[in-house]
Design a protein around this ligand. Structure first.
Ligand code: HEC
Length: 102
């Protein structure tokens, strides 16, 4: 019985540890590519391996509606509005690990 009760805790810590990767694959990969190599909708730079601080600044800028580098900032504002600061940090950490050819 005890083992069954502990299972959800083990599963949730597993999810938490990988949440940046999971979020990226679910919410970003379609436009940015599986390792950030694509120009999303033909309007973004490749984001492969961007430093954490650079990605956080970009994503917070979109969320606040003050970033629009390639004329499509409104798209990213809609995308980012549902992400918490914690989600943004996790995403940025994951993006920093991406490498060409992953
Ligand atoms: C519908 C397609 C789409 C999705 C999904 C999407 N993006 Fe974007 N992303 C864009 C576009 C278009 C831009 C360029 C916006 C602009 O003009 O500044 C962009 C820009 C960016 C930039 C800055 C790149 C630059 O050129 O300055 C980062 C970082 C980024 N996106 C990360 C993400 C993350 C993380 C997610 C998932 C939460 C995500 N994007 C989901 C389309 C998308």
């Amino acid at each position: 019985m005890n083992k069954i009760l502990f299972l959800p805790f083990i599963l949730s810590s597993f999810l938490f540890a990988n949440s940046g990767e999971i979020l990226y694959k679910q919410k970003c990969q379609n436009c940015h590519g599986n390792y950030g190599q694509l120009s999303a909708l033909g309007h973004s730079e490749a984001i492969t391996g961007w430093e954490v601080a650079k990605t956080v600044a970009a994503l917070q800028g979109y969320k606040e509606g003050i970033r629009n580098t390639n004329g499509m900032g409104a798209y990213m504002k809609i995308k980012m509005s549902s992400f918490s600061d914690q989600d943004i940090n996790e995403l940025a950490k994951y993006i920093a690990t991406l490498k060409k050819g992953n």
